[in-house]
Design a protein around this ligand. Structure first.
Ligand code: ADP
Ligand code: TRP
Length: 333
């Protein structure tokens, strides 16, 4: 049987190779399976949990849509829309916030990381962010949610919220308890400058990531400058696991070429990094350059991107507004 897929990406700019290999590549495969029903949401309500410049936010919403399409998601097969235009998300988040427990949210590691030392100054939205994410998913009865490894804990919370709602209101199986779809390998792409840190939009140094809008020369330059160590390429898994930068680069190569890490390891064992980097660069340019060119082309036609969103909002609204009405009935409103 086909799956009901839901996933979201924040329109916070700088979409990068980690977003692509950890999530968007998977979206494309799911979109291509005709038995699946896919919904991909630009989660602008999530984006404002930290400060955004209104003009940039508007551009970033369109850029996220352009990235989806340039990567291979077909807007005729999948619903693409932005969260803030479907009121049920905000309503659902409030209601589910009355189901979720403080103790559950206090365990969320992403909040701790993002809020940093000064928790008192973090927005309430940043704290309740995973509850909004649960509403996103549960409004569409999603059976499967493709995400990168960092979102696993939020999905577990979503499952707990769905189960508690069904129990509290004696509505057996009313909210669908979703399954995470997390790639077994390469679900966490690391910074090109530090193999212990996640590749991230918010990292100050642009050299730490390959952006999906980078051109050929930028890709070549970033891989040339990517951190390695003075030794030749690792020869076995034990050595690989101790050398984080080598592991990350070899992981990126394997993910791009759809090959097993062990096989890539064997192919490059004992070679110089420079030789490997050349081949890696070629693979990256082959994959990313066409996406980057297509994003730029799509961004020139803003009305096309806006039409896709409008169409998506209409379709999403039809599904979500029915579900939120049932939720309200069950609660006793
Ligand atoms: P982030 O600020 O973490 O990039 P997004 O909402 O843009 O947040 O993330 C979109 C998707 O990309 C999520 O499924 C997330 O798990 C995934 N992702 C983000 N960074 C990485 C990474 N470095 N490696 C793998 N997947 C990632
Ligand atoms: N929190 C996710 C992230 O930062 C984005 C997101 C919001 C999401 N709502 C979602 C992902 C629903 C999957 C399903 O990456």
């Amino acid at each position: 049987m086909g799956k009901k897929i839901f996933s979201g990406v924040q329109p916070t700019g700088n979409l990068h190779l980690g977003n692509y290999l950890g999530a968007i590549k998977n979206f494309v495969d799911l979109n291509n399976d005709k038995d699946n029903k896919c919904i991909f949401c630009v989660v602008d309500l999530h984006a404002i949990t930290v400060k955004q410049d209104p003009k940039e936010l508007k551009n970033n919403i369109r850029e996220t849509v352009a990235t989806f399409i340039a990567s291979g998601i077909d807007p005729k097969k999948s619903i693409i829309f932005n969260q803030s235009r479907v009121a049920a998300h905000a309503e659902g988040a409030w209601i589910l916030g009355c189901v979720a427990r403080m103790g559950w949210l206090n365990r969320m590691t992403q909040f701790k990381e993002k809020a940093g030392k000064d928790k008192e100054k973090a927005s309430i939205g940043l704290y309740s962010y995973p509850v909004l994410m649960a509403a996103d998913i549960l409004l569409y009865d999603a059976t499967h949610v493709p995400v990168g490894d960092d979102q696993k804990q939020h999905l577990e919370l979503c499952r707990d919220i769905a189960q508690k709602f069904n129990n509290d209101f004696e509505a057996e199986n009313f909210l669908q308890v979703p399954e995470p779809l997390i790639q077994k390998e390469f679900s966490r792409i690391m910074s090109l400058k530090d193999g212990s840190k996640k590749m991230s939009k918010s990292e100050l140094s642009d050299l730490s990531r390959i952006n999906l809008t980078d051109d050929k020369d930028q890709i070549i330059n970033k891989i040339k400058k990517a951190k390695t160590d003075p030794l030749p390429m690792p020869r076995d898994l034990k050595e690989l696991n101790e050398r984080l930068e080598a592991k990350n680069l070899l992981g990126i190569y394997s993910s791009l070429t759809n090959s097993k890490l062990e096989i890539s390891l064997k192919n490059f064992a004992g070679k110089n990094f420079s030789e490997f980097k050349e081949i890696l660069t070629e693979e990256l340019v082959n994959k990313i350059e066409p996406i980057s060119n297509e994003i730029k082309k799509l961004l020139e036609d803003k009305s096309y991107l806006d039409e896709i969103l409008l169409d998506g909002v209409e379709k999403a609204n039809m599904i979500a507004s029915k579900k939120i009405e049932r939720i309200k009935e069950i609660i006793g409103f």
